[in-house]
Design a protein around this ligand. Structure first.
Ligand SMILES: [Zn+2]
Length: 286
């Protein structure tokens, strides 16, 4: 399941890169090109501006680097400990927390990268009050891979649902409602386009945080009160048209993930449009 979602996340990144490069260079975006162009504008451009290198050049470079990590994805495997070695020196995706060992000083030691964390700096976020479904750790040491941790509760939820039934967007919406039960704060943030985006979108979001993915930000985070997460807040961020390079939509993880969201499981913007559906400015999917 996760290996498939990782592949899907890379496909999204690749499709998004292709669309962005064509939009910047005013090339034909193919079937439904106008709709794809609109999604790019809604997620990244201030109102009235056309896609351009100033607002999208960094993203184009970062997505280009990210998809090079796919080259060795053939080696990806769901081994016994449920760890996914994607590209050992670049990105590792984890589904469980088995690598952490508690030390005498109370910190938790990660034997894979030989680093220690306080609980709240690492997997504690998977168990915190706010509904974290995944996080990414980028070591200061550039020789160590970026770690994408999928929170076990999220994986368990996913596994309980038959993958087949998730093909259907409506079922997926109901499933997500179940996941977000009790997470009312987050739920209030979500538009339909958010609701039908699940595991592969989450993985793409996290991939953009990795070193090779360009170390994107969660703009205005980490608190869920302000974080630019979900369609409406990402749309607003684009409209604000900031020139602060640490707050531009092209470096905001969820703006990137929402724009590309996809795919084998039937998701959102660019791929969704490619499937003949349409996405409107307020995040509704028709
Ligand atoms: Zn993030």
């Amino acid at each position: 399941m996760v290996t498939q979602a990782v592949g899907s996340a890379f496909t999204m990144a690749s499709d998004e890169l292709d669309a962005i490069n064509k939009a910047i260079n005013n090339q034909d975006l193919g079937q439904n090109g106008d709709k794809i162009r609109n999604v790019i504008k809604w997620m990244f451009m201030p109102d009235g501006q056309e896609p351009n290198g100033q607002r999208l050049g960094i993203l184009s470079r970062n997505l280009g680097n990210l998809i090079t990590a796919r080259a060795r994805n053939d080696n990806a495997a769901e081994d016994g400990s449920n760890v996914h070695w994607l590209t050992e020196d670049q990105i590792v995706v984890y589904c469980n927390l088995d690598r952490f060992q508690k030390r005498d000083d109370g910190d938790w030691y990660d034997s894979d990268i030989d680093e220690a964390f306080s609980k709240n700096d690492a997997f504690g976020t998977c168990k915190g009050i706010e509904p974290t479904v995944a996080y990414t750790w980028v070591s200061d040491n550039t020789n160590k891979p970026s770690q994408v941790q999928l929170c076990p509760w999220f994986i368990n939820w996913m596994k309980r649902v038959e993958t087949k039934s998730l093909q259907d967007a409506e079922t997926k919406g109901l499933f997500y409602q179940a996941v977000s039960k009790g997470l009312t704060k987050l739920h209030a943030l979500l538009t339909p386009i958010d609701v039908i985006s699940l595991l592969d979108k989450v993985i793409l979001h996290e991939f953009t945080h990795t070193r090779i993915g360009g170390e994107s930000f969660d703009v205005d985070g980490p608190s869920f009160l302000n974080i630019r997460y979900g369609w409406n807040r990402c749309r607003k961020l684009a409209q604000e048209g900031t020139n602060d390079l640490r707050r531009e939509p092209q470096v905001n993880a969820d703006s990137i993930a929402l724009c590309g969201s996809d795919d084998a499981n039937g998701l959102v913007a660019i791929r969704y449009i490619k499937e003949g559906k349409s996405v409107s400015e307020n995040g509704k999917v028709n």
